[in-house]
Every structure is written in C-alpha cells, then in structure tokens.
Design a protein around this ligand. Structure first.
Ligand code: SF4
Ligand code: SF4
Length: 229
C-alpha cells in the first residue's frame, strides 16, 4: 500500500512505508518532510481524507512494487487516524509511521486506536498480516558524526542489481546529490553505476525512477538486527 500524506488531494499517504522506501521509508531524512506534511495539512485543513486501497502496492514501491488486493476504502476527517487504521490493516505499528506522532502533536488527529471511532465493516476481515512493508521505527535526523553512523549502519540503502541494470543512467540523472553519491565513478558509461553510501542521503529517488526495477532498498546487517527484520 502506498501511504503518503497528500494535502492537496486531501489525503495523508505515507510513502515511507512501502517496503523499499521506509518511505516512505526515508527515516533518516524524514524530519523535514514530516514537518512539511504536517504544516501543509495544518494550513489547508482538508475536510475529508480518502484512501483507496482496493488494490494497494506492496514491496519495492513506489515504482517497482507489486499490486496487492486489499479491497477497502477509508474515509476520515482525521488523517492521522486514517493512517493508523491503514497501518492496522497491514499489521504495522502506526508509531513506525513518521507522521503519526507529529501529526497528533499538531492537533491533526490521533493515531491511538482506542480513541478512534470506526464506522462500517469490521476491520478483522481486512487485515493482511503478511503485507510486504518496511517494519522499523523512523530514525530522525541526528547531527554530524552520529547521523553518519546511524545512516550507514541502520538506514536502508539502495542497492543495484547488475543483472537487471541496463546501464541507462536514469538513476544518475535523478540523484539530487549528484555524481558524488551515484555515478559511473570514473568507469565508462555502460557499466553499472556505483554508489557512495557516505554521500547518499537515502532519498531513494534512484529506486523510484529506475525503469528496470534494478534498484532495491536493503537494510544493513545492524539495522536488521536492531529492528529484527
Ligand atoms: S536507472 Fe536502473 S537500469 Fe538505469 S542505470 Fe540506474 S540502476 Fe541501471
Ligand atoms: S538514494 Fe538518493 S542520494 Fe542516494 S544514490 Fe539514490 S538518488 Fe542518490
């Protein structure tokens, strides 16, 4: 399922939780994005948020994920609650969604299940426990060396599959950091691009835009141990 808060469209959808991109993944760079989403929603205050999950996306989204029939629609005046219920339907702790706590603190709603009033069908028949989604808490920005340490050891990183990569260079063109993070790295164009994880900010644009689905996002060993994945 692709969850992202989209204030303009009137829905909070959190891209960070498609498996690859914890998007929305995105944990280490999440803080400015979260603040922006909360600010926009606080300013615009949409009257109704809608999540269409008749057919959701799981796995390596938002571009290379797989469709998964979930067969539900959610409507809410509370975007935080809407995301919280969506999390429940995929057996995901809503506190792992970077916008849950800041959204609640900003007065946009609540992610606490006991405070949410549900109308309509029972949730139980919709819950998909094996939904492929990143299940780790957000790691917010830290400063200096600590940030680098956390990023390199805990945060999922993009990895290129040389067998799938057709050397098109799309990822290099889209990388916001530029050639210091992702480039041919003095190799001739025509070889698989190389990543410098000390420069990469984990925006996952390369993963999103790769037309071949050659970029996946994988957690380092320590991250898997810490988050038990
Ligand atoms: S966008 Fe994908 S296929 Fe193209 S060079 Fe990058 S990793 Fe390879
Ligand atoms: S994740 Fe972002 S910063 Fe890192 S290599 Fe990919 S596009 Fe560049």
């Amino acid at each position: 399922m692709e969850l992202t808060w989209v204030a303009v469209a009137g829905a909070f959808l959190l891209a960070s939780f498609v498996k690859g991109t914890t998007a929305m993944g995105f944990p280490l760079i999440a803080t400015p994005m979260v603040a922006m989403l909360v600010d926009i929603n606080t300013f615009i205050r949409p009257r109704l948020y809608i999540m269409d999950a008749i057919e959701a996306m799981e796995g390596n989204g938002p571009r290379s994920g797989h469709p998964r029939a979930m067969n539900f629609l959610l409507f809410s005046t509370d975007p935080v609650a809407l995301d919280s219920i969506a999390c429940r339907m995929i057996d995901l702790n809503p506190e792992f969604v970077p916008t849950s706590k800041p959204g609640e603190q900003a007065g946009l709603g609540t992610y606490h299940y006991e405070n949410i009033e549900l109308l309509g069908d029972s949730l139980d028949s919709f819950i998909v426990k094996d939904f492929l989604v990143e299940r780790s808490p957000p790691v917010h920005n830290a400063g200096g060396r600590l940030r680098g340490f956390l990023r390199n050891r805990l945060t999922p990183r993009p990895v290129i599959d040389p067998d799938l990569c057709d050397r098109c260079g799309t990822c290099i063109a889209i990388c916001p950091v530029g050639s210091t993070a992702l480039d041919w790295m003095r190799h001739e164009a025509g070889k698989v691009p190389r990543l410098d994880y000390n420069r990469c900010i984990r925006c996952y644009c390369c993963q999103e835009t790769c037309p071949r689905g050659a970029v996946t996002v994988r957690s380092p060993l320590l991250g898997r141990l810490v988050f038990r994945k």
